[in-house]
Design a binder for this molecule. Structure first.
Ligand code: GDG
Length: 730
């Protein structure tokens, strides 16, 4: 039975060892809850680190831990303290975490930590490979494991792999500073589906893929090697009912004996309002900034002094990393200073807890607070904001949320603020504190409706459904892939037939693309191969291209194969050029200046003037700008070309304007008339070759290079594979 393997840095459990006894406590975090049903289904397993360094376990204890973990359907990846120090505290939290949250000044790029990151991702891969079976699905989580998808795909190409990033993906301008940016992207592209919290992160990722790896992106699909990879956004939800029900229970019978409850309510009279913030102690969460903004608020609106209190829970986190220690000191000092500045005998403006609380206390905090002040500087999603909403069983309370949290994209009914603006802070805090109940309720109900529907279970299901759909995508590609039986049939046909024609496009088919088209000239290997095909008995070889006749004359004029150039204007046979079409070229002087204006405004592009056409090349341009410009150019040209009997062709990173009645399909028909061929193979890579695929007889072998949609019967990955195939003919 096929299973789903969930992979994350930490397993969803805590292992505690006391002398001889071993205790396993399942975690209750958001991810663990969301994955609960996925994990429970069938033979599902979870792979991750147990939390205990390898050297702390002797063989006996190791076996015990492994067995106990196994009972929870978990498998641990053994990591040493050195691994944790270099890969987790080091590379993950000193390089990836700050950079992905736009804290460039906190980002360090250490070669040794990068090596550790690779090493540990490999360790994860090994444990997965030990546990994987044919047909399994793997779902990898988060920034600690960015290289893992590729490591699995290399060893198990048929495995369906999903990846979800829980933190932001930064804009290209930030990401490109990363020394190992190519490796990181290629690592991620081992997945069949990549998920992000928001469309912005998705967009940033796609932009980096296009610019750094120069891959083609079509809507949200990337063609990479011989695969299509899907990228999409899935905003993570929470276990809504768990929070709602816990809050209901608490409001019914408050746990008056809890210390926290007593403290919270002791000093609170009817006219005092509680403002709550909860975060991991992390510089991305904007804790010092929030405290300063609160000070600004109390100064600006002194009428609120002694009327409000900020309850701030900061949960200890990554305290081995120096930036976090510094943040802790800064926070302590700020709280001290501001409390010192405003406190009276009966009032302290900030209550600050630096610790983690049991779930019940967390609920108490949520339900006791009139306002939640969630103001990260950057945050992938932020589940606290969602949890606060879920606990408001009477639909009251106001959420103030930073625009920089992913959650803000789906929580429009919150008061959204820019956390860097103290004015924005103060104004919205005042607005929240004085918001009429009916408005609070109206907003809260909207927020709750969405969170209840799109909860964490739904999130996990949607992701897995989308991941499953990628199998069909894979199936469609496989169906046309020229391998195995298809290839055998092609070869045996070839060897039996008597009059054979090989029609081969040049650029993108026999050679890869170069930044400058003139650099894509044939090498000795290619000459050799083509010579051999041409020498095959009863075989006619024709190279058919959009290139101009001068270039082909230079490259192939001394050879005996036939050439068709300029998309079908010229035919070269028996060392003689024959014009297949008579064409006008007056239109060029009108179109050329238009193309020039596009070259001026689009760095990296240039015009190629051929005998009968003009080509605007944009291979070296910024891919996103080029996309916009091609649409513009098309619009500009549309009216002009119709009047001049011209057409606009979209080739591979080139737009070509040429006479409408010339195309490779027409030229191919002329070639076909010359002999009664009983075997035809046509290979081409771009849009202009589709004319040939359409014109070819049903029984011909039409082969498209690349994975895009095509009228060809078969598809092949790249020029390298074309050459391998052609080698089999000779
Ligand atoms: C990363 C991304 C993204 C907090 N204090 C206590 C406690 N918590 C729980 C909260 C909440 C969770 O921890 C924190 O989740 P966040 O989403 O707010 O933040 P990160 O830890 O930074 O998580 C983030 C998330 O991944 C999911 O993709 O949203 O953007 O940074 O569930 O309730 N729980 C208990 N005691 C505490 O003291 N029991």
């Amino acid at each position: 039975m096929n299973k789903t393997i969930i992979v994350s840095n930490r397993l969803p459990l805590q292992v505690s060892i006391n002398e001889d006894s071993l205790k396993i406590t399942p975690s209750v975090g958001g991810l663990a809850t969301g994955m609960k049903s996925v994990h429970a289904e069938g033979n599902g397993i979870w792979i991750g680190w147990s939390g205990i360094p390898e050297e702390e376990l002797d063989t006996n204890l190791y076996n015990k831990v492994t067995a106990a973990i196994q009972k929870e359907k978990c498998v641990s990846v053994p990591l040493t303290s050195k691994d944790i120090e270099e890969y987790y505290e080091g590379f993950s939290n000193k390089a990836l975490w700050p950079l992905f949250h736009y804290f460039m000044e906190y980002t360090g790029f250490e070669q040794q930590e990068w090596e550790a990151y690779k090493r540990v991702n490999q360790k994860f891969a090994e444990v997965i490979l030990e546990n994987i079976e044919e047909g399994d699905t793997v779902w990898v989580h988060d920034y600690q494991l960015l290289l893992l998808p590729q490591l699995i795909k290399e060893k198990k190409p048929n495995t369906t792999i999903g990846f979800f990033l829980h933190i932001p993906f930064p804009s290209y301008e930030i990401f490109r500073t990363f020394p190992w940016r190519k490796e990181i992207l290629s690592g991620m592209l081992g997945a069949d589906l990549l998920g992000f919290h928001t469309y912005d992160y998705e967009r940033h990722f796609l932009s980096s893929v296009q610019r750094i790896l120069r891959l083609d992106v079509n809507f949200n699909q990337i063609s990479y090697q011989d695969r299509l990879i899907k990228v999409d956004s899935f905003p993570m939800g929470i276990d809504y009912d768990k929070f709602y029900n816990a809050a209901l229970e608490h409001s019914g019978k408050p746990k008056e004996n809890s210390e926290l409850y007593q403290r919270l309510h002791e000093h609170i009279s009817e006219d005092k309002k509680l403002i709550l913030s909860i975060d991991r102690m992390d510089y991305t969460k904007g804790i010092p900034n929030r405290i300063k903004a609160f000070e600004y608020f109390l100064d600006k609106f002194p009428e609120y002094q002694e009327k409000v209190r900020l309850v701030m829970l900061a949960v200890p986190s990554r305290s081995n990393v120096p930036q976090y220690q510094k943040l802790k000191r800064e926070t302590d000092e700020l709280v001290g200073r501001i409390n010192g500045k405003f406190a009276t005998v009966s009032w302290t403006p900030i209550w600050y807890f630096y610790r983690s609380l049991p779930f019940d206390d967390l609920i108490d905090l949520y339900i006791s607070s009139d306002v939640a002040l969630i103001t990260p500087i950057r945050d992938g999603m932020n589940l606290v904001a969602k949890e606060y909403v879920a606990t408001r069983t009477k639909n009251d309370g106001v959420l103030i949320l930073s625009e920089m949290a992913g959650a803000s994209k789906e929580m429009n009914e919150a008061l959204l603020i820019n956390p860097n603006s103290f004015e924005d802070f103060a104004h919205n805090l005042k607005r929240a504190l004085s918001m009429p109940l009916h408005e609070q309720q109206k907003r809260m109900k909207f927020l709750q409706k969405r969170l209840k529907r799109y909860n964490v279970e739904k999130w996990a299901k949607e992701f897995l459904k989308s991941l499953d759909d990628t199998k069909q995508l894979k199936g469609a590609i496989m169906a046309k892939k020229l391998t195995g039986d298809y290839e055998k049939k092609l070869m045996s046909d070839y060897h039996q037939k008597k009059k054979k024609l090989m029609l081969l496009d040049y650029d993108g088919t026999l050679v890869g693309f170069k930044d400058n088209p003139q650099d894509a000239k044939p090498d000795d290997h290619l000459y050799n191969l083509l010579d051999k095909i041409q020498e095959e008995e009863n075989t006619t070889l024709v190279l058919i291209s959009g290139r101009d006749k001068e270039t082909f004359q230079k490259w192939f004029g001394h050879k005996n194969y036939d050439l068709v150039t300029d998309h079908g204007v010229w035919l070269y046979q028996n060392k003689e050029w024959i014009a297949l079409e008579r064409l006008k070229t007056e239109w060029m002087k009108n179109i050329y200046p238009i193309l020039e204006t596009f070259v001026d405004r689009t760095p990296g592009t240039f015009i190629e003037t051929k005998n009968f056409s003009l080509a605007w090349h944009y291979r070296m341009a910024d891919p996103e700008l080029a996309k916009i410009r091609t649409i513009e150019l098309n619009t500009v040209l549309t009216s002009m070309v119709a009047n001049n009997d011209l057409s606009v062709l979209k080739g591979n990173k080139v737009i070509e304007i040429k006479s409408s009645n010339v195309n490779k399909g027409r030229a191919m028909s002329r070639v076909l008339m010359q002999q009664d061929y009983d075997f035809i193979t046509v290979i081409g890579d771009d849009w202009t070759d589709e004319y040939m695929f359409e014109e070819a007889p049903d029984w011909a072998y039409t082969i498209k290079v690349g994975l895009d949609k095509t009228n060809a019967k078969y598809q092949i990955k790249d020029p390298e594979q074309v050459l391998q195939l052609l080698n089999k003919f000779v």
